[in-house]
Design a protein around this ligand. Structure first.
Ligand code: ZN
Length: 343
């Protein structure tokens, strides 16, 4: 797992290094611990590992109220919040409808516990974060570390996008250090065309206007590095993003599967202190690194003065599959951005 140390450096090259918590997090996502039950791939809004569950009733789609509908797929219960939580809050503040899907239930993402209890704990964490960020949340009951780009999962992703009647779909790029990240990225890409095909999953009507598909930022260089098409200032919501991530104690305080007994808070006071340390620490710095890394794009989108002043940012790249938006259309999908400057 050592190589993730270099990933941390390469991915967010720059400045301060993630620090021990950061590395712990990057090391944290799975470690090959045994899973405890067969994967259940039916979407379930409050699905839990450890026992077969019936498919949850389809979640009601957002109202057709003229607002944007965004659905993001992360591999684990923390990825969407980590890579897109600030932008989600900006959308939600304007009344747009954001849903975060975790493609796996996170049930091996801890050094001390695993299985159903961990999946339940992580579900509660993303629900608490959603209260702060203003998004809906769904955790698929697929074991952490075991996501595969199967036909069944392609159908599940396609149905989720159609149910949400999405304008925007976000996922990982398919070249990433973690197999769940890679395969959830593949599944999003596999859905990018199929959501429009009427007789694929004909139980749910096909989307008439193909959504715009975006990738979360990452630092991987091969085969091609991430190239930002949109960079969003999250300065006005950085505190809420940090509040949300501080809810994910199993991952960002206790270190996920890369933690150790020293990471366990001793008592409520110690937990609070560690949460504050997290709020001021490496994740905030990564948001600053994103702003500095893509400063030129921020200046292009926000104008020279405002673009230079942005402190914290999240970045997204347009996927080649799905609808290809014009620059004006892409900007319109991010209403927190200012109107373009007149030339
Ligand atoms: Zn992950």
């Amino acid at each position: 797992m050592k190589r993730w140390r270099s990933f941390a450096i390469a991915a967010f090259s720059g400045s301060v290094l993630a620090g021990s918590l950061g590395l712990a997090r990057l090391l944290s996502e799975t470690s090959g611990a045994p899973a405890t039950s067969p994967a259940i791939t039916s979407p379930a809004t409050t699905s839990l590992a450890g026992a077969p569950t019936a498919p949850a009733p389809a979640e009601r789609p957002p109202p057709d109220d003229g607002k944007l509908r965004i659905i993001a797929f992360g591999a684990h219960p923390d990825d969407c919040e980590f890579f897109g939580g600030g932008t989600a809050r900006l959308w939600a503040d304007r009344g747009h409808h954001v849903k975060f899907v975790s493609a796996t239930n996170g049930d091996i993402g801890h050094w001390q516990s695993a299985g159903g209890p961990l999946a339940q704990r992580r579900l509660k964490e993303v629900q608490a974060a959603a209260e702060i960020l203003g998004n809906s949340v769904e955790v698929l009951d697929i074991h952490d570390g075991e996501l595969e780009p199967t036909l069944e999962n392609r159908r599940a992703f396609t149905r989720l996008i159609r149910r949400w009647n999405a304008d925007v779909v976000i996922g990982h790029r398919p070249n990433d250090y973690h197999p769940d990240h890679r395969y959830s990225g593949i599944l999003v890409q596999d859905s990018a065309y199929m959501v429009t095909v009427p007789f694929f999953c004909p139980d749910i009507p096909a989307i008439k206007k193909n959504p715009v598909f975006l990738y979360f930022e990452d630092g991987f260089q091969k085969p091609v590095p991430f190239r930002p098409d949109i960079v969003v200032s999250i300065d006005t919501v950085i505190e809420r993003k940090m509040d949300a991530l501080a809810q994910m104690v199993s991952q960002f305080i206790e270190g996920g599967c890369g933690g150790d007994p020293g990471a366990l808070p001793r008592d409520a006071g110690d937990l609070k202190a560690r949460q504050e340390q997290l709020r001021q620490g490496w994740i905030r710095q990564l948001s600053a690194d994103t702003a500095n890394r893509f400063r030129d794009k921020l200046i292009e989108l926000y104008g020279a003065d405002a673009g230079r002043q942005v402190r914290y940012a999240e970045a997204f790249e347009v996927c080649e599959y799905g609808r290809q938006p014009s620059p004006a259309e892409l900007r319109a999908l991010f209403p927190a951005l200012p109107a373009p400057e007149k030339k």
